[in-house]
Design a protein around this ligand. Structure first.
Ligand code: OOG
Ligand code: MG
Length: 267
């Protein structure tokens, strides 16, 4: 990481326990920089990796990673202008068309993303779009359910990174497609909630090309001493603004070429 660690090992563990408590029991906390204003991006990732270590120790399986804050719409909405990454585990995955509980979430929002599934390992630094496309088995449409653990969904970059990029649940679906058959920059998406259009955009909104977000993710991972193994599921970041959901809401994300992903939210 370009920025240096400012937190002691003890502080990292304390903050990780605080975030883990909020994630596990669905309550909101103040952003971490209220107490540690000097917190750096490197500190945020140290807390995130400690969280991943603890989840793995409890038997959660790492299935992939997600890029976040990769589109203008998302950066503007959240007031942050640098992309970030977070991890995805088997416990966060939900089947397509399923009912998703909200009582174990704080204030969920949904966003449409292009997901990549790898057939070959990717390792940084200097990972490029061409490397990502060559290593991709297929892409598919996905919806991420994000849920910041910070009050009012308000945070800064070090805090949101420590909170694993607000990751909560994710749903992959639609039609798996080979990258050679698609122009990944021009895929349109329309998001509907309860039959009304609540967002629309095109995949180029994500850093000009969603594979660019995956390359960025691989390069951040390399700074953290990690790589993307074959089989990884990688989400490239919300194309449009995230939309709040509550029990009773039905959401469908319709992607050009990739089909649609739907889900319903319950208490
Ligand atoms: C941070 C996570 C952003 C995306 O796709 O941009 C993200 C947040 O907005 O809470 O997942
Ligand atoms: Mg996202």
């Amino acid at each position: 990481m370009s920025a240096q660690l400012t937190l002691s090992r003890e502080d990292i563990v304390r903050l990780c326990e605080r975030v883990e408590g909020a994630q596990t029991h669905a309550y909101s906390i103040r952003k971490l920089t209220d107490e540690y204003p000097q917190m750096s991006i490197a500190d945020g990732y140290a807390v995130q990796l400690e969280l991943l270590r603890r989840f793995k120790a409890k038997g959660h399986r790492l299935v992939g990673w997600k890029a976040g804050l990769t589109s203008r719409a998302k950066m503007r909405q959240m007031g942050v202008n640098v992309p970030s990454i977070g991890f995805l585990t088997d416990r966060m995955a939900r089947p397509e068309n399923s009912q998703i509980k909200t009582s174990d979430l704080v204030h969920p929002r949904v966003e449409c993303e292009v997901a990549f599934v790898l057939k070959e390992e990717l390792e940084g630094p200097n990972c490029t779009v061409a490397d990502v496309l060559a290593a991709t088995d297929y892409v598919l449409p996905a919806v991420e359910i994000i849920d910041s653990r910070f009050s009012g969904f308000k945070f800064d970059l070090p805090s949101v990174i420590a909170d694993n990029g607000s990751s909560a649940r994710f749903v992959g679906g639609g039609r798996a497609r080979k990258v050679d058959d698609l122009d990944l920059r021009t895929l349109g998406v329309v998001m509907e909630k309860n039959g009304e259009i609540v967002g629309m955009g095109a995949s180029a909104a994500v850093l000009g090309h969603p594979a660019e977000a995956v390359a960025m993710l691989v390069n951040i991972l390399s700074e953290l001493g990690e790589r993307l193994p074959a089989g990884s599921f990688v989400m490239s970041g919300g194309i449009t603004e995230a939309v709040a959901v509550k029990p009773g809401d039905s959401v469908i994300a319709r992607f050009q070429e990739l089909g649609s992903v739907s889900m319903r939210f319950i208490e």
